[in-house]
Design a protein around this ligand. Structure first.
Ligand code: COA
Length: 373
């Protein structure tokens, strides 16, 4: 029997020039640039350029990309109409999955597989993801969507379209940092799903739709929402300890902890911890950070398991006023940049992704006609 690597754990399936993770040292780089440096010094737009082009932009190139992203943020009236007519979802990720898929029906280049057309689609999808999420967030509250403001950067514009007011400087900068941190993460499950779809030479919208469906799961992009639900249920810092002990005694997982690749602290959590603390203080809601910190200390002490990207982003997004069930969608607002970079890379040197499975079912069965079963 061939060796089976369950969950493809530790299996290297391809080469990629986009993102590297050193799980032992807790190091993450985009095209060789350390994530801590990018979080401190860069912007989402600059990271998008880096992921798509494999190098940092010159000033004029960055300005051009900013302009193009801003110019492509608008969604068509047909898509707004679709958002209005779709039934309320059981989870907002259903609506995002459906509307992103629907975007292809209105994209004249949907089936154009030239590199130029694919790059333009990557731009449109990245520009429009936030608009879709914000429009959905407002429509379900009975409010009209807010048109994007081309003067705002991607991060500020998203919060503006969602909340109807331009965020303060600190809030806008921290949200930009969060977008930088979530932009890519190598062959994570949703990116892998996107690449599998792209490897059949299916179109970009199909590959992104596959990625959104994959991100939706609570073991991936759904974890940040589950973290906040847990904090809201615990409610007070003094209840943290018995709560965590009970979960662990029941052999349940504490959401926002553990990682397939990192065996030490996730470097994104290092930055998001600061974001959660700072925004908690600024918004007069330090409690969520304090509770989170206590949970983290307990998890390290009792289980030696570190927080991942979804742990502190939960409390940070909450105090930014983002509705809890939109957290996984906010993940997609950023990760669309990485997905599209990977899809472009897949198309550029494609090989159909088609692994094997070791068959363990019954063998040599004799077919019995249906009336004799
Ligand atoms: N809480 C409690 N225990 C955890 C845990 C968590 N969040 N994550 C892992 N563990 C424990 C498991 O119970 C298991 O213990 P065991 O060996 O005694 O059975 C061990 O650590 C290995 O976990 P496993 O789920 O097999 O590892 P994995 O590599 O398959 O899973 C995750 C990685 C991310 C799916 C897993 O850590 C998890 O489910 N985390 C919570 C969801 C989450 O935050 N996802 C976002 C990831 S960025």
């Amino acid at each position: 029997m061939a060796e089976v690597k369950v969950g493809l754990q530790d299996v290297v399936v391809a080469t990629s020039g986009i993102c590297s993770i050193d799980g032992a040292r807790g190091k993450l780089t985009y095209v060789g640039y350390d994530i801590g440096d990018l979080a401190a010094k860069s912007s989402f737009e600059e990271v998008v350029y880096l992921l798509w082009n494999g190098r940092l932009p010159k000033l004029a190139e960055l300005q051009e990309l900013r302009k193009e992203l801003a110019a492509n943020r608008g969604i068509s009236p047909e898509i707004v109409d679709l958002l209005k007519r779709l039934p309320p979802p059981q989870h907002p990720m259903e609506t995002l999955r459906t509307t992103v898929s629907a975007l292809s029906l209105y994209d004249p280049e949907a089936e154009d597989m030239t590199e130029e057309a694919n790059r333009r689609k990557a731009l449109r999808l990245t520009a429009q993801m936030g608009t879709l999420v914000a429009a959905f967030g407002r429509l379900r509250e009975g409010k009209e969507p807010i048109a994007p403001d081309p003067k705002l950067n991607h991060a500020s514009n998203f919060l503006y379209m969602l909340q109807g007011k331009v965020p303060g400087q600190a809030e806008a900068r921290w949200f930009d940092v969060a977008l930088v941190l979530h932009a890519d993460h190598s062959y994570n499950a949703s990116t892998f799903a996107a690449r599998v779809a792209a490897s059949t030479l299916s179109d970009m919208h199909s590959a992104v739709t596959a990625a959104i469906g994959t991100l939706k799961g609570p073991l991936h992009g759904g974890a940040n929402e589950q973290v906040m639900k847990m904090l809201l249920e615990i409610q007070t810092t003094d209840k943290v300890e018995p709560w965590v002990h009970q979960l662990l005694a029941q052999k349940k997982k504490v959401m926002g902890f553990g990682h397939r690749v990192y065996h030490t602290e996730d470097p994104r959590a290092t930055v998001l911890r600061k974001m959660s603390e700072d925004l908690g203080r600024r918004t007069g809601q330090p409690k969520w950070f304090e509770m989170s910190k206590k949970i983290e200390d307990l998890m390290i002490r009792e289980k030696k398991i570190n927080a991942n990207v979804d742990f502190y982003s939960a409390s940070a997004y909450y105090v930014l006023g983002i509705p809890v069930d939109l957290f996984p969608l906010v993940f997609a607002v950023s990760r669309i940049s990485g997905w599209t970079a990977h899809i472009l890379e897949q198309y550029a040197s494609n090989k159909l992704i088609r692994p094997l499975a070791e068959y363990v079912g019954p063998t040599d069965q004799k077919y019995v006609p249906i009336e004799q079963r």
